[in-house]
Design a protein around this ligand. Structure first.
Ligand SMILES: [Mg+2]
Length: 94
């Protein structure tokens, strides 16, 4: 299980303060920063800590996207996809 202390109200507050459009743009920006850091890492121009930083940024904005799009609906999809992944891995083990 993933243990993180994430308050839904903090995610909602960010969406309320800056608006959905700004946060969607931020999500796009953070994804591109992750991609950029990962590409630099392959060329030895970024550290693993920089990648970790970008992973954290992406997860935080994705949690805001989850809040924006309906947490239960997104969680259901995640749950289904994780089940599918688990079954696939178990099938490979057999
Ligand atoms: Mg970033």
């Amino acid at each position: 299980m993933i243990k993180l202390k994430i308050e839904e109200k903090t995610l909602q507050k960010a969406l309320d303060k800056w608006g959905a459009v700004a946060q969607i743009r931020m999500a796009i920006e953070e994804c591109s920063e992750f991609i950029n850091a990962q590409m630099k890492f392959y060329r030895k121009r970024a550290t693993i800590d920089e990648i970790r930083e970008e992973v954290a940024d992406v997860l935080i904005v994705m949690l805001q996207m989850r809040t924006l799009l309906g947490p239960e609906l997104v969680d259901n999809i995640i749950q289904e996809k994780m089940e599918r992944l688990k079954m696939l891995l178990e099938a490979d083990d057999a």
